[in-house]
Design a binder for this molecule. Structure first.
Ligand code: ZN
Ligand code: ZN
Length: 338
């Protein structure tokens, strides 16, 4: 149970009672995420999460109880679900912008033995896990779904050069995705050398340490002076949002992916947007369609997410896991196993 900033306690709570259309799942694996770490450290995502609560949102497990009225899933089905389910009938959903649903429901509670999946989520965002992948791999469906939505919005094309700011879990997933989409050159920027090494191992053609090197200059050099075709910001700070604008070529696309603190503003050069025909766009969350695609990619090993799980820990050590993530930049994702 998360009570407040850095106040995480292991407690016994009642197993949720299942109603009509709902499903109870025994969690077999969960993965940590930057959003969870943000909530743990700053608590400011409180608008979408009410404390105290069980938290975590990337998980997979076995169905152990099926509510009335459901033909699927059955007891024993291996599933992953959520962390969101759009309503399908609001103005945004009717325009196909399911990630912007006005009545989105969210599910927290991955770091627990049991999680109850709400009825709407069972219908629109629960998938059976193919036998060849582990629960922990399946748990990574959620962040990969967000990334697939992002790279689709950015319109990455065959032969593109792509600069990615941030080599955390989200930046690395972007790297894996753009390589599969045919990026000719992926340039990953971070200030932590260990993370840049991981990026290089995962296929980045070039890595830049922003703490020691001139990022703008280096990106220019490796793109024949033009700048990258696509720049993806995967950190969520105004400074790096602005840096992204300096790395893109004329006519290129900047995808501002990382969520900045509330109230953040950035400076955009109007001349660059006008004469340089710049596209600057945001991306938020993802859609049930992308959850499906992400799970399929993980299952087929088209995108191999296993290298992102750098450590496994027991559920009762969840507090320690977040201490580790707070202090060590070496860990990418920690697999939490009940
Ligand atoms: Zn996540
Ligand atoms: Zn909706």
């Amino acid at each position: 149970m998360l009570y407040g900033v850095k106040d995480l306690r292991v407690e016994d709570v009642a197993v949720p009672v299942v109603g009509a259309g709902e499903v109870l799942v025994r969690v077999k694996g969960a993965t940590t995420c930057g959003t969870d770490l943000k909530i743990f450290q700053r608590g400011y995502v409180e608008k979408i999460i009410r404390l105290p609560t069980i938290f975590g949102h990337e998980w997979a497990g076995d169905v152990v109880e099926v509510g009335e009225g459901l033909e699927w899933p059955r007891n024993g089905t291996r599933v992953r679900a959520g962390n969101s389910a759009p309503c399908l009938h609001c103005a945004m959903c009717q325009k196909g912008k399911y990630n912007l649903c006005e009545n989105m429901i969210w599910l927290w509670g991955a770091y627990a033995e049991y999680v109850k999946v709400p009825a709407r989520m069972v219908l629109v965002n629960t998938q059976e896990i193919p036998p060849q992948i582990s629960y922990l791999e399946a748990a990574i469906t959620e962040p990969l779904a967000c990334v697939l939505h992002g790279v689709e919005e950015a319109g990455v094309k065959l032969g593109d050069s792509v600069a990615i700011i941030g080599a955390g879990p989200i930046g690395l997933l972007h790297l894996l995705a753009v390589k599969k989409m045919g990026a000719k050159k992926a340039i990953v920027i971070d200030v932590v050398e260990e993370r840049l090494n991981v990026a290089a191992n995962l296929g980045a053609e070039e890595t830049i340490n922003g703490g020691r090197e001139d990022v703008v200059e280096k990106v220019r050099q490796s793109t024949a002076g033009y700048g990258a075709d696509v720049v993806i910001e995967a950190i969520g700070l105004p400074a790096t949002w602005e840096q992204a604008l300096k790395l893109v070529r004329k006519g290129g696309v900047v995808l501002e992916f990382g969520g900045c603190p509330p109230g953040s503003e950035i400076k955009v050069n109007a001349e660059q947007v006008h004469y340089g025909e710049l596209t600057v766009r945001g991306a938020f969350h993802t859609t049930p369609l992308h959850f499906r695609k992400a799970l399929d990619f993980i299952a087929s090993k088209t995108i191999d997410v296993r290298p992102l799980i750098t450590r496994e820990m027991k559920l009762e050590d969840i507090g320690k896991a977040f201490e580790v993530l707070s202090t060590s930049k070496k860990e990418i994702k920690i697999g939490i196993v009940p």
